[in-house]
Design a binder for this molecule. Sequence first.
Ligand SMILES: O=C(CO)COP(=O)(O)O
Length: 250
Amino acid sequence: MRIPIIAGNWKMHKTVAEAVAFVNQVKDQLPPADQLQTALAAPTLSLVPMVQAAAGSPLKVMAENCYYQDEGAYTGETSPYALYQAGIHHVILGHSERRNYFHEDDELINKKVKAALRNGLCPIVCCDDTMARRIAADDKIHWAVNRILADLKGLNEADICNVTVAYEPSWAIGSGQSADSDQAEEGCYLIRQTINDMYGEDVANNVRILYGGSVTPANARAMMAKSDIDGVLVGTDSLDPRTFLEIVNH
Ligand SMILES: O=C(CO)COP(=O)(O)O
């Protein structure tokens, strides 16, 4: 049984004080984690105070990125080992903003995924899909499938069971133009088929696949109702506690 997830991705928003206030506002209004998991990814500076504020509640606190080495002379990077030791057990990797603005490629993301897993972190691996490719090639999410093959390369079966994948078409991110629920389902379905081809049916049936891109309280229910969509990764509409709770209570 795949437990659905609603995860916020705050990106580079909120001060530490704002982040802690948000957690305190929502933490007693969340469903039990065996029914619906709730998580927030936040800037590194806010993670430890958020974990402390969320203690005893179902809310999980996630990092938005980490490096692929556990420690060393890598100025400005965040260690996956240190994240785990600080009580942060989930990390988003390969977000399209990391790929586009910080030039992360599939090879680097694959190393980060392995480093996260080696340290006990569960990665949410994002793969995107550009409008240009949709229009030009009419191969809709072929691109995303290639991403998944490259980003998950070399993982064993035990590893892959700790991975969540997020299908996030670039054109839907921050644009207010969500994929419709059929397009989102098609993306998630094809990613599941790819995992099926790589690891077999049992594994594919256990891996959670999320949709992300302009998710709102108005479209969350339709997304979550699709059989291959196990949850949503929410940017803009996770920034306000009331809107986040509306999505959680879709
Ligand atoms: O990038 C996203 C989640 O990771 C989506 O952002 P928006 O919900 O703002 O489109």
